[in-house]
Design a binder for this molecule. Sequence first.
Ligand SMILES: [Zn+2]
Ligand SMILES: [Zn+2]
Length: 242
Amino acid sequence: MKSFKKSTDFILDLFFPVSCLNCNLAKNKLTNPQGYLCLNCFKKIEINSWAFCPKCNKKLINLQPCQTHKNNPLKILGAATFYENKLVKKIIWEYKYNFIEPLVDPLNEILKKYYLAVFEPELTNKQPLVTFIPLYPARYRWRGFNQSEVLAKKFALDLNLEFYETLKRKKFKKPQMEIKSYQARFENIKNSFEIIKANQIKNKDIILIDDISTTGATLIEAAKVLKQNGAKKVYGLVVAKG
Ligand SMILES: [Zn+2]
Ligand SMILES: [Zn+2]
């Protein structure tokens, strides 16, 4: 199976040559092993050295919650970088809307680099459970994959962490991106998650992954449901903050 995959990769590379989205350098073992983002351009992406309060966006050092919002179900939002970064924006956009699934690799590299520097040293439990924000079934069928799930799974596998699907969407609401006001986003997402197996998350520390976060509303609502069902600590973790 593996050699079959290798040979199909080889054929794909032959007909659809892969190159760095930023500098066009062709895929090569030495300086561009993954293909879509070369090592040099990867190094240039600025990675944050702090987390955020999901309520007021305050910078949080050493994962210490914001004093004003320490009762929020989600106290810590980790964001590796910013969506304003043109290259990051391009990678996320191509991944999400042009369905270029291999772009999960550079996104995962960005996320891991940040997590290992900012999260891992501060966590009391070094083996948190990794999970993701689910899509509505209709959206999943349309897209064919859940970008957050693919990313979370890869991230967990690379770091040898437990991975579970823990939440599902209850009813169809408007995509959060279509709603402008902060308050309306909170209203729109309210009560839209349901727990899958509560016993999987009891007393667990959880890393909740999504690709981007703008208002934090989705992650806060999901964290609320995880906490209500027995999770100990919930941390949000995204590649980019909008
Ligand atoms: Zn490059
Ligand atoms: Zn705050």
